[in-house]
Structure formats: structure tokens, C-alpha cells
Design a protein around this ligand. Structure first.
Ligand code: NZQ
Ligand code: ZN
Length: 390
């Protein structure tokens, strides 16, 4: 049965090849000073930086540059961004980049006028925002996180070996996001496929929980089928616009809060993957890929009915003459074959994990209880060890 919920998503999305044309109109809604956040240089290489700067200038904006947002943005970078935003008294934070830049922009948005250490308040203690917020807009260049239409903001603290995501409320969602699938064509293959798996993982984290008959599970099966279909095309031909645009839209729906409404969710793959990321700084989607199958194979007996449904409805496994366990396992085997076909990393060792890190990674994995089995510390270690065998 669907639980009670309120659904609202305040982000205005502009989608398609011409969507950047809408940036000028959106800029009219904000004051003069704009913090322009971007990553390590991909937008300069692609020419997007010049396009955005000329739109900002044509609209009379004063630009405060905030470059160098790294993948898995750090708390030190956050402090630096807050300083810049405060000095510039910025009226808008414009994130141009992938999930890391969008997440970072949201972190700067809530932290600039925070009276105490934002890491302690918003990440360690997960408190609600009670200080002024700077509005955020996004021009997305990498597909996967859903950050363009949600309140998620993940920050890494290397000193404390913690990578933590705060899911902020509606007021922190980007006010607008511009999604042009063509901007993703320049992504290196490794980032592209990592993003594809991030999308799959977001859907599975919300799917593998609960056994009710609800609309969300049907929506998620449709999103998964679309993703599997289009990602196979995209790895062969990365400039296939139809495939890349379908994937971009699927990524947004996978984590814009809709499919989680009224149902429970899991998120243990992300908790373990993020802890792997805190130790290795590895690409987010690859950390998820490397721990997913060991985790799902471990919890399969506790959620057998759903794993069977997944095998049949998503992977077209024929149930004829097979036990429920056989059907469910065949679904995960097909998922494994698909992951290998994409070229995903299946072993945390390949991400830089060594035996001496396992205890710390397991301890840094926050244990969630929405899935089919609440894991123990020992079980997390065993998921990690299993991944190291692969
Ligand atoms: O820094 P630049 O030079 O721009 O290069 C980036 C970066 O190296 C490159 N890139 C992005 N767009 C490109 C491009 N290169 C060429 N052409 C383009 N069009 O790709 C690299 C990775 O970018 P990044 O933004 O780090 O990737 P992603 O979008 O996967 O974001 C990862 C971060 O998002 C968090 C992750 O934990 C991680 O910190 N997440 C955020 C979530 C949310 N907000 O809800 C949920 C996710 O589960 C995830 O945890
Ligand atoms: Zn993710």
C-alpha cells in the first residue's frame, strides 16, 4: 500500500539541443552577481565556458569565478567556495558541470551564511537549514547523479575518511536546470559508463525495498528497461542523440524524488560505495558497480519475490520450469553480463582498495534499515571481500 506523502518538485527543467538558449531568460530572475562554478577544465575544452560567459555578460552579470571543483568535492573546497560567494555577495550560483559541480553548488548555497562549521552542522549532524540560502542554477554536462533536480549534495572529508550526502529540502533544489544531451558527448567512456551505472543503482536502491504492489515499481521497471536498451546503443555509438537523450531523461527521473514516494527504499549500495569513495576517491558510479552484485546476491534470499519479479520484468528471464531462486539468480546473472558488456569495474581492488582498508570502509558505511536485510558490520566486510575476489 502506498504510504502518505507530499509530492512537489520545484526545479524548472529545460531539455534538448536548444536548451542553453533559455539561460538568458532565467538569469533575469536574479541579481547582478553570479558565482560561476565549474570543474577541472572540460567546459573550457568543449567551448561551453565561452558560451555561458557570453550569455552572462550579455545579461549584465558580474561573474565571480569558482573553478576547480573536483570529482567528489571536498570540504576544503566548500570552505573556499563559501568565502568567494560571501566576498562577491552573490545572488545566484551557476553550476556548469557534472553532479560534483551541482552538489558543490548546493553545499555552497546552504553553507555561505551558516554561522557554524557547515560540515558539522549539515553533514555530520544532518540538521535542517536555518540560514539564508543562495539560489542555484545548473547547466549539466554529465549524466548520472540526478543532482540537477534533487536536493542531494555529497561532500567528502578526506581527513575524517567520510563521504556524506545530505538530502536537502525543496528550497535547496536547483531553481532551474539546463539539460542538453549534446553536452554529454565529450565525456570520456569511463565517466559515461560510470554515470550509466549510477542511474541503474539509484533505481535499484529504490526498487529493492518493500513488497507492495505500487506504481513506483512499475515506473522503475520501465526506467530500467529504457536505460538498458539505450546504454547498449550509447557504448557502441556515444554520439547517438536518441540514446543519450533518453539516458539523460532517465537519470533525472531515477532520482528526482518521484519514484521513492509512498514506498520504502534501501540505499545500502550507496552507503558502502561512498565509503569506498572516501578511502580511494574513486569514480562514484564505479564504486557502486563493484559492490552491487556481492550485495544483491547476499540479500536475495530475504527479498526473493522482488528479485524474481526483477528477473522476469527487467531481464526477460523465462520462469518456465524453474524455482523462484533459479529465476531470481538468473536475473542477477544477466545483470552481471550486462555490466561486463558495458565495461564497468567489478572489483574494488581495481579502484585502489587494499585489505588493510576493509575495516575502515565497513565502519564508514552507514547502515540503513530500509532494505530486505539490515546488514551487520561482518556482512559489510563480507560484501567487500566478495568484491575483491571478482
Ligand atoms: O571537472 P571536469 O574537467 O569538468 O571533468 C569532469 C570530471 O572529471 C568530467 N566531465 C563532466 N562532464 C564532462 C566531463 N568531461 C568531458 N565532457 C563532459 N561533458 O567527468 C568527471 C566526473 O564528473 P563528476 O561531476 O564528478 O561526475 P558525476 O556527475 O558522476 O558526480 C559525482 C558526484 O555526485 C555525487 C557523487 O557521490 C559524487 O561526489 N552524487 C550525488 C547525488 C545527488 N546529488 O543526489 C547522488 C549520487 O548517488 C552521487 O552520490
Ligand atoms: Zn549515485
Amino acid at each position: 500500500m502506498l504510504g502518505n506523502f507530499c509530492y512537489s518538485n520545484p526545479t524548472k527543467l529545460y531539455f534538448g539541443e536548444d536548451s542553453l538558449d533559455q539561460l538568458g531568460g532565467e538569469l533575469q530572475n536574479y541579481g547582478k552577481n553570479v558565482l560561476l562554478c565549474y570543474g577541472g577544465g572540460s567546459i573550457k575544452k568543449s567551448g561551453l565556458y565561452d558560451q555561458v560567459v557570453s550569455i552572462l555578460k550579455a545579461n549584465g552579470k558580474e561573474i565571480f569565478e569558482d573553478p576547480g571543483v573536483m570529482p567528489n568535492p571536498t570540504v576544503e573546497k566548500l570552505y573556499e567556495g563559501c568565502k568567494r560567494a560571501k566576498e562577491g555577495k552573490v545572488d545566484l550560483i551557476l553550476a556548469v558541470g557534472g553532479g560534483s559541480v551541482c552538489d558543490y553548488a548546493k553545499a555552497v548555497s546552504v553553507s555561505t551564511y551558516c554561522k557554524e562549521d557547515p560540515w558539522d552542522k549539515y553533514y555530520l549532524r544532518m540538521e535542517d537549514v536555518d540560514n539564508p540560502i543562495i539560489p542555484v542554477g545548473c547547466v549539466l554536462t554529465m549524466v548520472g547523479t540526478g543532482s540537477e533536480m534533487n536536493g542531494g549534495s555529497v561532500i567528502t572529508n578526506h581527513e575524517q575518511k567520510l563521504k556524506i550526502g545530505h538530502v536537502f529540502g525543496d528550497n535547496v533544489f536547483p531553481k532551474f536546470s539546463i539539460l542538453n544531451p549534446r553536452l554529454t558527448f565529450t565525456l570520456p567512456n569511463y565517466q559515461m559508463i560510470a554515470g550509466f551505472f549510477d542511474i541503474m543503482s539509484h533505481i535499484l536502491e529504490q526498487y529493492f525495498s518493500g513488497e507492495d504492489d505500487n506504481t513506483s515499481d512499475y515506473l522503475m521497471e520501465g526506467l530500467l528497461r529504457s536505460l538498458i536498451h539505450s546504454s547498449k546503443i550509447a557504448v557502441q555509438n556515444p554520439t547517438d542523440y536518441e540514446a543519450r537523450s533518453n539516458i539523460m531523461w532517465t537519470a533525472t527521473w531515477a532520482l528526482n524524488t518521484l519514484v521513492a514516494k509512498g514506498k520504502s527504499t534501501d540505499w545500502m549500495v550507496h552507503m558502502i560505495g561512498q565509503s569506498v569513495g572516501a578511502y580511494t576517491d574513486a569514480t562514484h558510479g564505479m564504486t557502486l558497480a563493484a559492490v552491487s552484485l556481492p550485495y544483491y546476491r547476499m540479500i536475495l534470499p530475504y527479498g526473493l519475490a522482488k528479485f524474481k519479479r526483477y528477473a522476469i520484468n527487467v531481464w526477460n528471464v523465462s520462469p518456465d520450469g524453474k524455482t523462484d531462486e533459479e529465476i531470481a539468480s538468473e536475473g542477477l546473472d544477466r545483470m552481471e553480463a550486462y555490466m561486463k558488456e558495458l565495461g564497468l569495474v567489478m572489483n574494488i581492488r581495481d579502484l585502489g582498495v587494499t585489505e588493510d582498508m576493509l575495516d575502515g570502509i565497513a565502519k564508514g558505511s552507514f547502515i540503513m534499515d530500509g532494505g530486505y536485510k539490515t546488514l551487520t558490520y561482518e556482512e559489510i566486510v563480507s560484501v567487500l571481500k566478495e568484491s575483491m575476489k571478482g
